[in-house]
Design a protein around this ligand. Structure first.
Ligand SMILES: NC(=O)c1ccc[n+]([C@@H]2O[C@H](COP(=O)([O-])OP(=O)(O)OC[C@H]3O[C@@H](n4cnc5c(N)ncnc54)[C@H](O)[C@@H]3O)[C@@H](O)[C@H]2O)c1
Length: 347
């Protein structure tokens, strides 16, 4: 099998590459612009492996994507490349509009050219999206594949637009597109601007742990390896034109997450305990969605996927990974992002 993974040097994309490369016959080409969010160290396990190739390119470059996709002729394109941080989208939405909308358009056009060439009848395009496209839930209910789109942030609005393009390329051109809408991921190799790695690294360095608003916002957490398995199942067995909601049945408030991180670090670094003394409530994110939760019945029943990772154990393993892999994150903290507040100003 030949796979092309856009955004493969990012958090979920690199986890997917590790999952795909477990199959001895898998060939993986990553297309990544290597933005601030990419880390070549996430893919160093495949250095020198003839089954793996990293192409530095911008998915917005339509002629380059056409040439690359037609030349590589993958069986599956997993499209993950995106600008992904909500706070950065509040400060500057343009890169989000470019990559998430124009870039998705270019990937769909390139995929269409390959599919219409006719020599890859089993071709599939897996468009990787988020539950944030559905907006905010109250205390009850969960998102599923029938939930209406209602995005709140520039990030989620561009992801919603990209989902609509992907669905339209199926309905209009018959491109075998499958869409996944997944909840919040955690695990190794996540860029330390996102909640869990930011809290872990700030706590390790004795910096404050900023909790937005009153910390009551709820997210449904899924280990990145479970997400990678879901994407593989969708590519293998999903129905073209269908969407799949993916989640871990693991709802936690942000405050619960930060408290758990502190407790796990107290056990590992007792000399600095209690790490909870570093918690500081800060001004909320503008347009902060209150709650996300996923009803993943469809992918569980139709595709036999189920999350394997228990959250408490998965979080402990994640913290241990950051403790053991300072060489992965230290250059990011020192030279790319030191943990300062983003996305505060209401436009
Ligand atoms: N992180 C989550 O919790 C989550 C949940 C559901 C869905 N998703 C979606 O999964 C995908 C991957 O998310 P992530 O958390 O791994 O993101 P990430 O920010 O860690 O990685 C994104 C990758 O895309 C690359 N990229 C950005 N712009 C590009 C461009 N123009 N051309 C080529 N490459 C480009 C970056 O260099 C980076 O390697 C995204 O589409 C995101 O919307 C993320």
């Amino acid at each position: 099998m030949k796979y092309l993974v856009t955004g493969g040097a990012g958090f979920i994309g690199s986890a997917l590459c590790h999952r795909l490369m477990q199959a001895p016959d898998a060939h993986v080409t990553v297309v990544d612009k290597m933005t601030y969010a990419a880390n070549p160290a996430s893919l160093e396990a495949f250095a020198g492996d003839s089954r793996f190739c990293l192409v530095k390119a911008d998915i917005c470059d339509l002629s380059r994507m056409l040439e690359l996709v037609l030349h590589e002729a993958p069986d599956v394109i997993f499209h993950l490349a995106a600008e992904t941080h909500v706070d950065r989208s509040i400060d500057g939405a343009e890169a989000f509009v470019q990559t998430n909308l124009i870039g998705t358009f270019a990937m769909l056009q390139a995929a269409r050219a390959l599919y219409e060439r006719g020599d890859k009848p089993g071709f599939r395009f897996v468009h990787v999206s988020t539950d944030e496209v559905f907006g905010s839930l109250g205390p009850e209910g969960r998102f599923d594949e029938t939930t209406a789109y209602d995005p709140s942030s520039p990030y989620s609005a561009t992801k919603a637009g990209a989902d609509h393009l992907a669905r339209a390329w199926h309905r209009t051109y018959g491109l075998p597109v499958l869409v996944s809408n997944c909840s919040n991921n955690y695990g190794p190799r996540q860029f330390p601007e996102k909640l869990i790695p930011l809290m872990v690294l700030n706590a390790l360095e004795g910096q404050t742990l900023p909790v937005y608003g009153d910390g009551s916002n709820v997210r449904d957490w899924l280990h990145v390896e479970d997400h990678a398995n879901a994407l593989v199942r969708i590519a293998e067995a999903g129905l073209a034109g269908e969407c799949y909601a993916v989640g871990g049945d693991s709802e936690k408030t942000n405050m619960e997450i930060v408290t758990l991180v502190c407790e796990l670090l107290d056990a590992r670094r007792p000399g600095d305990a209690p790490h909870s003394r570093l918690i500081e409530f800060v001004e909320d994110r503008p347009g902060h969605d209150q709650r996300y939760a996923i009803d993943a019945s469809k992918i569980r029943q139709d595709l036999g996927w189920t999350p394997r990772r228990d959250f408490a154990k998965g979080l402990a393993d994640t913290i241990d990974w950051y403790l053991a892999n300072e060489a992965w994150w230290r250059p990011l903290r020192d030279a790319v992002y030191a943990g300062d507040r983003l996305g505060k100003v209401r436009a």
